[in-house]
Ligand binder design. Structure first.
Ligand SMILES: Nc1ncnc2c1ncn2[C@@H]1O[C@H](COP(=O)(O)OP(=O)(O)O)[C@@H](O)[C@H]1O
Ligand SMILES: [Mg+2]
Length: 304
């Protein structure tokens, strides 16, 4: 709970910027009566540790996403290419070689991550559907693995085809090569949500889509997320996307990756296309743009 998270007593107060509130520091875990959804405690990841090509992707990353009853938060991780966004996401997912962390603790619902599990579902940027399976077969795949019988899993898959805005009559038997990029990502989202994960991990899922399709997908995602009450971690390098989608935005910088700033953002009250024209929305976007430029300049100066 917010009151149980230690706030810095420093004089620098939180600052309101448009639709956002820039916290005076990235929140860390304090005493708690219920486990946090996700907690990073001094997490460092060094790839190829001990070898000549060892590389530290993230260093001493700390943050905490609190558990809010009956409502998951939408958390966006924003930062330049190579700053360690996917590393953080895959550590939460428990996927190798990011998992395990080199140092520190990655906790999900208060327990150290031991590997992938059904409470966490992942949606990637690349189209990861099975080419030889239809839309229905792809969406039902996870349930099939869990041993759910054919009738039940097909019924549920048809429900989810509709939920993500596809058409059961015309799309269910299509194969991935017959689908547009937007449709494929709808399938990827349905395939993940059908398993009802409590945490949904999304790694630049709309990065390859044209701007119009991307905004439609953002609107769809917000609508689905409100219904499923899961916590979403959404990686992007689009500032507009983060401000539109996020309740909370972490801003990372490179060399090695760290979480530098945390913002709380008011929920959007209209579709993405309209939101983009709202001055308060733009104010937050411009603030973050300047902040990232500043962080990059700082990182460059430090590396010289
Ligand atoms: N398996 C790996 N082995 C070695 N280096 C890696 C590996 N995965 C990522 N890296 C490096 O770690 C850094 C962070 O990667 P990543 O988390 O993918 O960043 P982002 O998703 O922000 O673009 C990059 O410099 C990348 O080249
Ligand atoms: Mg990445």
């Amino acid at each position: 709970m917010a009151t149980q998270i230690i706030q810095s007593a420093a004089a620098t107060a939180a600052q309101d910027v448009g639709m956002g509130r820039v916290l005076d520091r990235v929140q860390q875990a304090g005493a708690q009566d219920r486990p946090h959804v996700v907690e990073f405690q001094h997490v460092t990841k060094t790839y190829n540790a001990g070898l000549a090509n060892e590389f530290t992707a993230i260093r001493d990353v700390n943050f905490v996403v609190a558990d809010i009853p009956d409502k998951g938060e939408f958390v966006c991780i924003l930062g330049p290419s190579g700053c360690g966004k996917s590393t953080i996401l895959r550590l939460i997912a428990g996927l190798e070689p990011q998992h395990p962390a080199t140092r520190g603790n990655v906790l999900v619902f208060g327990k150290p991550v031991a590997g992938p599990a059904a409470d966490r579902g992942m949606v990637f940027q690349d189209y990861t559907s099975f080419d030889h399976r239809s839309v229905l077969g792809n969406i039902a795949f996870g349930l099939e693995c869990q041993g759910v019988d054919r009738r039940e899993r097909n019924e549920l898959a048809c429900h989810w085809i509709g939920q993500v805005g596809l058409n059961v009559a015309t799309d269910a038997e299509k194969y991935p090569h017959e689908l547009s990029g937007g449709m494929r990502q709808r399938v990827a989202i349905a395939r993940t949500l059908i398993l009802q994960p409590r945490i949904i991990l999304m790694d630049e899922p709309f990065g390859a889509l044209d701007p119009q399709t991307r905004m439609n997908m953002q609107d769809l995602l917000i609508q689905l997320w409100r219904a499923v009450e899961a916590t979403v971690f959404f990686v992007t390098h689009s500032i507009e996307e983060a401000v539109f989608l996020g309740d909370r935005v972490y801003i990372m910088s490179t060399g090695p990756g760290r979480v530098m700033k945390e913002l709380e953002i008011e929920p959007a009250d209209r579709p993405a296309l309209e939101m983009a024209r709202v001055p308060r929305f733009q104010e937050t976007v411009y603030y973050i743009r300047d902040l990232i430029a500043q962080l990059e300049a700082q990182a460059n100066a430090e590396s010289k």
